[in-house]
Write a new protein. Structure first.
Length: 137
């Protein structure tokens, strides 16, 4: 997975970069070796005019196999904002995965119920004029 880290109004230190890499390595289990997956991460200060300290923003835009997942969090601590935005994206990914799995199960259940009335025990023999013919009950 390709990761792009962008900083706005702050510098990316090696500590911040390592923290982001460690936290967002959890996405690797969702990408399953997909090299076309891309994660755009933006961290930074929102503005310079706050009276009571800095407000930090963490923003993630994740592109996996044609699907886009986006989350943005503003917090007074940069590391807390990174943790929360990662949790938000993981929640969206698991919801998406579970939704697809439940739709597949619903479809399989409908097929099972449709096939319950079908009799598979009838014998089929070849009729020389008309092709196959059922010799059932």
């Amino acid at each position: 997975m390709q990761k792009n880290i962008k900083a706005t109004n702050i510098e990316i230190t090696p500590a911040i970069s390592d923290y982001i890499d460690k936290r967002f390595s959890a996405f690797d289990k969702f990408t399953q070796g997909d090299e076309s997956a891309r994660c755009d991460i933006e961290v930074g200060k929102t503005t310079h005019h706050h009276k009571n300290g800095d407000i930090f923003k963490a923003e993630v835009n994740l592109h996996i196999s044609g699907k886009n997942f986006y989350a943005m969090i503003e917090k007074d601590d940069l590391y807390a904002a990174i943790d929360l935005v990662k949790d938000e994206i993981v929640r969206a990914l698991t919801t998406h995965k579970d939704k697809g799995l439940s739709l597949m199960r619903k479809g399989a259940l409908k097929m099972k119920n449709a096939l319950k009335g079908f009799d598979f025990k009838t014998k089929i023999s070849k009729n020389k004029y008309y092709g196959f013919k059922s010799e059932g009950k």
